[in-house]
Design a binder for this molecule. Structure first.
Ligand code: KG4
Ligand code: ZN
Length: 353
């Protein structure tokens, strides 16, 4: 992706790339080989730092990134069996995300690129998630539809044979990950909420409560999860507090089902209406066990090629950033040293077709 701080340069000499990701509460570094193979994928989670606050505290996130970025990057190099001087490029998440957290990664990447005299490029976190669909399946075809489901996004894209993206639909309120996290909070589950709710739901009856499924108007590929969240709140309020714990698994399973069935229905509807034979589902929520099962079943019955990255590539990681940056570097672009964090960056729109 070409930002104002990037300039076309002489052809890049391909070789190992370091990816760096610090947009939220994971400090991650990864090394990709010249052919795009993942040589290392190191992720340090800050969950312990934020747990007692029930959510990410931006200032604490920035500090934790500062403390671990160098070690995490060195470990990525070591696990790849390489040294700093073997690197031929650096890709770093430029946005969207927490401004202070992003700045840690961007400044570290620029300093490293300057010291090693190699190019650095800024990458959109969203483009990183999209690129994760090809990490383990480089032959995954285009055109395809990509559903990005994370803590900040629920976006459906058509990815054309050229690689450019067109937005087909997006959430009108909460992202799917937010719906999971807020639902988990209402149920009193441990932070981070999405994985906790997923685990609890496995013991519950998903048909026990008929939570609303918001499809919006006929044919719409947009999403809305705020009504569902309110429905859970009212359901919980209607039950005496002493009985809530014993029903929690049923609530979790029914609530989760209402989220994932809409995601699956809309993703397949989008692929069908776009005439795409392939669907990729990426981002943290794609780690959800029920969503993965439904996607796999539907893909088999509809003969749809599905890319569903392994769990390590669903939630935030730096391999996906290196993969997206690798494409940018191959186009011959590199950032200048005024590369800055962009907390509200939405680069797939810049590629709109
Ligand atoms: O992609 P990601 O790691 O970070 C963002 O870019 O936002 O996604 C994080 C989101 C969180 O909302 C988290 O609760 C959710 O993904 N998540 C899950 C699961 N694992 C992570 N949601 C449901 N089930 C899961 N197993
Ligand atoms: Zn993410």
């Amino acid at each position: 992706m070409v930002t104002t701080a990037e300039q076309p340069t002489a052809a890049w000499i391909p070789g190992p790339i370091l990816g760096i990701e610090t947009s939220c509460d994971e400090t991650a570094a990864s090394v990709l080989a010249e052919d795009g193979a993942v040589l290392s994928n190191i992720i340090t989670s800050q969950h312990a730092v934020h747990q007692r606050f029930g959510g990410v505290v931006p200032e604490l996130a920035s500090r934790a990134h500062i403390e671990s970025i160098e070690d995490v990057s060195a470990e990525a190099l070591q696990q790849a069996g390489l040294s700093w001087t073997d690197l031929t490029g650096i890709a770093v998440t430029q946005g969207p995300g927490l401004a202070g957290a992003l700045l840690v990664g961007v400044n570290f990447a620029k300093a490293l690129a300057y010291a090693l005299n190699i190019p650095v490029v800024g990458v959109s976190h969203l483009e990183g998630h999209i690129a994760s669909a090809w990490l383990q399946d480089p032959a995954f075809p285009l055109p395809c539809v990509v559903l990005v489901v994370s803590g900040g996004h629920t976006h459906l894209y058509y990815k054309a044979p050229s690689g450019l993206c067109r937005l087909l639909g997006a959430t009108r309120d909460d992202a799917a990950g937010e719906a999971f996290d807020k639902g988990a909070q209402m149920l009193g589950l441990e932070y981070p909420g999405g994985p906790s709710l997923d685990r609890l739901a496995q013991q519950g009856n998903r048909d026990s409560i008929a939570f609303p499924r918001s499809y919006l108007k006929k044919g719409s590929l947009d999403f809305s999860f705020s009504g569902l969240k309110t429905a859970l709140l009212y359901t919980l309020q209607a039950i005496p507090e002493q009985f809530r714990a014993q029903r929690a698994a049923d609530f979790a399973a029914s609530y989760q089902e209402a989220i994932v069935t809409v995601l699956v229905d809309k993703a397949f509807a989008a692929a069908r209406s776009a005439g795409a034979p392939a669907l990729a589902v990426v981002g943290g929520v794609s780690a959800n066990s029920r969503l993965r099962m439904l996607l796999q079943q539907r893909a088999a019955s509809e003969n749809m090629r599905l890319s569903l990255p392994s769990l390590a590539y669903c939630t935030d990681n730096a391999a996906m950033i290196a993969a997206a940056g690798r494409q940018t570097l191959r186009f011959g672009h590199r950032a200048t040293l005024d590369l800055d964090a962009q907390a509200s960056m939405m680069s797939p729109f810049a590629h709109a077709i």
